[in-house]
Design a protein around this ligand. Structure first.
Ligand code: 13P
Length: 287
């Protein structure tokens, strides 16, 4: 069932668990994420970055694919289809394409410009029945060519953006997209607690879920994180499973070259990873 992310995240804050946000790239990813959510009776957020949207020929293709997979697999758990790190223009396109949720990432703008653009997009999202995420304090690492250094958000700026009526907020707390470097100091729980103090029950979002140790994930959830974004880990396990299949020469046995066989180990690896994360985040059985 396609819904916005608002209710599922408010329930997660109240129940002290987090809903997983998993980025999709194609049909294998979409099937793996949605079928696992259904099997575990978990709410889920499936998301496309602007780059992945382009790769899949446009946001309308993504929206139609996700809706059709929900229909044909009979998915009854709450599913939000979300734009990840959207530009102003990307947000407008996703509203038109039929997404149920958008993220406007204005974290690289001066705060006044982030406020002005977020204000407009909150109105656009809500007028069209979508939920909206905003960001303060750029998340480190590289995503779609944008490189941030893993800032810690200013809690007062978080309050300014929260007060615009966003449905959930990504605040940088030293998190980084992609694999964490060996010398990463860990999440800044001080920052997280200070942000939480400013924004109250507004659901907080933790980007860069890949490779954050389980105890830090649990502590972040206890401090108000209700949405955790995971992308790179699914890509890594997909690539590893596919490499093993080919290195074992299985594509050369019988019809092992058939893409439905070749991509199956990677598909199963994504399912296992999504299950592991849903169990860790505590969203199993919460649909
Ligand atoms: P990772 O790729 O580090 O899991 O981060 C995902 C993310 O935050 C998407 O917005």
């Amino acid at each position: 069932m396609l819904v916005t992310a608002k209710d599922m995240l408010e329930k997660a804050v109240a129940g002290k668990y987090a809903v997983g946000h998993f980025n999709t790239n194609n049909l294998e990813w979409t099937k793996a994420i949605l079928s696992t959510a259904q099997e575990l009776n978990s709410p889920v957020i499936i998301s496309s970055s602007e780059g992945a949207g382009k790769y899949m020929t446009g946001f309308k293709t993504v929206a139609d694919m996700v809706k059709d997979v929900i229909d044909s697999l009979g998915i009854t758990v709450p599913v939000a289809l979300h734009l990840d790190h959207g530009t102003y223009e990307g947000c407008i396109k996703c509203v038109e394409a039929g997404f149920s949720s958008i993220m406007f990432d204005g974290s690289h703008y001066p705060i006044e410009e982030n406020v002005a653009k977020t204000t407009e997009l909150v109105k656009l999202a809500h007028d069209n029945g979508l939920s909206i995420e905003a960001e303060v304090g750029a998340i480190g690492g590289e995503e779609d060519g944008v490189i941030g250094m893993g800032e810690c958000a200013d809690p007062k700026e978080c309050k300014m953006i929260a007060d615009l009526g966003v449905d959930f907020l990504a605040a940088g707390i030293g998190n980084i997209h992609g694999v964490y470097p060996a010398n990463w100091p860990g999440l800044s729980f001080e920052t997280l607690a200070a942000v939480k103090e400013q924004v109250g029950d507004l659901p907080l979002v933790l980007h860069g879920g890949t490779g954050i140790p389980d105890d830090q994930i649990k502590k972040a959830i206890s401090l108000g994180v209700a949405k955790i974004n995971v992308n790179t880990e699914c890509q890594l396990v997909f690539a590893e499973a596919t490499r093993k299949y080919i290195e074992a020469g299985k594509d050369l046995e019988g019809k092992g070259f058939d893409p439905r066989k070749l991509l199956d180990p990677g598909y199963k690896a994504i399912k296992a990873k999504v299950k592991e994360k849903m169990e860790l985040f505590g969203s199993v059985g919460k649909a």
